[in-house]
Design a protein around this ligand. Structure first.
Ligand code: MG
Length: 341
């Protein structure tokens, strides 16, 4: 096994989004990452994507590229295993590529999974609910924490009134609130059909962990961790500490330890929501395969992101209220690779 060598290539990308993505960390215009390709002696190829998000405490695309240069080609399987843990996204990409070369793949446990519709921040949310409901969406995710708390709270009941019967509403604050703001929101949500409130406070603010635990204990609406659980180790730490809420899992950021972390979540019957890291179709395919293998309670996927890139060749399946397992298998990593040449 250790003597197996691969022909190794990589392609760095910097792809403009169709529309800039607003985050708590500013406006994001381009997605930077690296696609890797391994080929064995028999000509079997595997692809993987390292799509880091530095504000989720991952490595940077520059660091991924530098290490890819260092690996060179041909590369031994044992050398791939020595990529430092700090470069989790690259480790994950290489693990995906390796699994593809070896033809290893977990079978999916479900045929299709629902997708959550993304609703824009602010008043624009109101005219967006109807069309998305028409399309068939029944889970909606509204970005909050962007404007004034009072203004946004005043919109909540209007948003809820526009939802089709039986819909679920997720709120994502991306860590924007302090304790007082988070409490105001959670009080308001208590008797409303809110599936969960995601990352109410900044993962890296002082005392964030205690605050999150306190909020989870004080209010009935479940709290979801997103930015707080970027890497596999963080997932395992929160799980070990008995986090009672939801885990938002971006498989592209979990690194080489993704399989293990997901196994532990499953064993603990933790509530998991799989989510996009705004990666290309290569990383999305790997992430969605993990979601389909996990199955879980069939919670809506946080993959309502396409069309995402200015160049549609890098997008995953077109936006619909469901993604089918066969849509995931139809993604061609090779086509993404070729589009980068
Ligand atoms: Mg989030």
């Amino acid at each position: 096994m250790g003597r197996v060598t691969f022909h190794f290539e990589f392609r760095r990308y910097s792809l403009p989004f169709r529309q800039p993505v607003r985050t708590a960390h500013g406006v994001w215009t381009h997605r930077d990452g690296v696609i890797v390709r391994l080929e064995d002696g028999a000509g079997k190829r595997g692809y993987g994507e390292a799509a880091p998000i530095p504000w989720f405490r991952t490595e940077t695309a520059d660091e991924v590229e530098a290490l890819c240069r260092e690996l060179g080609t041909p590369v031994k399987a044992e050398r791939l295993a020595l990529v430092p843990e700090r470069l989790g996204c690259l480790r994950g990409a290489l693990a995906s590529a390796l699994a593809m070369v070896e033809g290893k793949r977990e079978g999916g446990s479900v045929a299709y999974l629902p997708v959550a519709a993304l609703l824009p921040a602010g008043r624009a949310v109101l005219e967006n609910v109807g069309p998305k409901a028409e399309m068939g969406f029944r889970t909606f995710k509204w970005k909050v924490g962007v404007g004034d708390v009072g203004d946004e709270l005043a919109l909540l009941d209007d948003v809820i009134a526009r939802l089709p019967v039986g819909s679920k509403l997720r709120l994502d604050a991306n860590g924007a609130w302090d304790r007082r703001r988070a409490e105001r929101w959670l009080e308001r949500c208590a008797d409303r059909p809110v599936e969960y409130v995601e990352q109410p406070v900044d993962a890296e603010s002082r005392g964030a962990e205690d605050l999150l635990r306190g909020l989870a204990g004080d209010f009935p609406t479940p709290i979801a961790l997103d930015e707080s659980v970027a890497g596999a180790r963080e997932v395992e730490r929160w799980l070990g500490a008995g986090w009672p809420g939801i885990f938002v899992i971006k498989p592209s950021l979990l690194g080489g330890g993704a399989g293990e972390a997901l196994g532990k979540l499953k064993e603990a019957r933790a509530r998991v929501v799989f989510s996009s890291a705004l990666e290309t179709a290569v990383g999305a395919q790997a992430a969605l395969r993990l979601a389909f293998a996990h199955g879980g309670e069939g919670r809506a996927l946080g993959f309502g992101v396409w069309p995402l890139f200015e160049d549609g060749r890098f997008d995953g399946p077109r936006l619909a209220p469901f993604i089918r397992a066969e849509d995931v298998e139809r993604i061609s990593p090779e086509a993404v690779w070729n589009a980068l040449s």
